[in-house]
Design a binder for this molecule. Structure first.
Ligand SMILES: CC(C)(COP(=O)(O)OP(=O)(O)OC[C@H]1O[C@@H](n2cnc3c(N)ncnc32)[C@H](O)[C@@H]1OP(=O)(O)O)[C@@H](O)C(=O)NCCC(=O)NCCS
Length: 175
């Protein structure tokens, strides 16, 4: 497929079922109805990705606080397989990185990936993310069950990455 026009659009109550359908196809993990209900209320940064006006992907992030430090957590970021390597993931990730830059207060941005997800690891490493931790049996119903934590430090003094801290999210902010 040749390169085309990629645009991002808001996730609303009217199109959230499109995001749900996309995620069902893209990810091996199923997100329940509560995830999508909360997403409309809690998720600060949710976008659908359109390639030549066709919806082909989506990204959803939320704030995460631990020991008073604010991080941004990428819950889902993906696009349909036939539309990969066209720069759509880059557009979504650059949007998220720009939000972090505008905010200016996030210590890092992080996510979990299945340990065999080489495409996602290659993708995130290109943007300066590093594998900082391995969570054994992170996934309950898929193999391999282990996840890598990929994290990108956003601080100027290198203090943004702190493996293991994501296990102690402050409950007031947890979704
Ligand atoms: C990871 C993912 C979002 C990348 O999206 P994409 O639109 O294909 O990415 P891009 O086209 O913007 O790729 C940008 C760069 O990332 C790297 N990259 C992307 N896919 C890669 C792969 N399969 N192997 C190695 N590097 C890869 C390349 O450097 C690529 O640049 P290039 O095409 O000029 O070589 C996509 O593979 C996907 O949706 N995967 C399933 C969902 C998922 O696992 N998400 C991650 C967990 S949130």
């Amino acid at each position: 497929m040749t390169r085309g026009r990629t645009e991002l659009g808001d996730v609303t109550v009217h199109n959230i079922k499109q995001l749900k359908r996309l995620n069902q196809v893209i990810f091996p993990v199923t997100y329940n109805d509560k995830f999508y209900k909360d997403l409309l209320e809690v998720c600060e940064h949710a976008k659908l990705a359109y390639f030549n006006d066709i919806v082909v992907g989506g990204v959803c992030c939320r704030e995460f606080r631990t020991y008073g430090i604010r991080k941004l957590y990428i819950m889902t970021l993906g696009c349909l397989a036939p539309y990969r390597r066209l720069g759509i993931g880059t557009v979504m990730l650059e949007h998220v990185l720009k939000l972090c830059e505008q905010d200016g207060q996030y210590a890092s941005i992080f996510l979990h990936v299945q340990v065999n997800n080489e495409s996602a690891i290659g993708f995130y490493e290109k943007f300066g993310f590093k594998i900082v931790d391995r969570k054994e049996n992170y996934y309950k119903r898929i193999e391999p069950a282990d996840a890598f934590v990929l994290e990108k430090d956003l601080t100027t003094d290198g203090s943004g990455v702190s493996p293991g801290e994501e296990e102690v999210e402050e409950k007031s902010v947890a979704a």
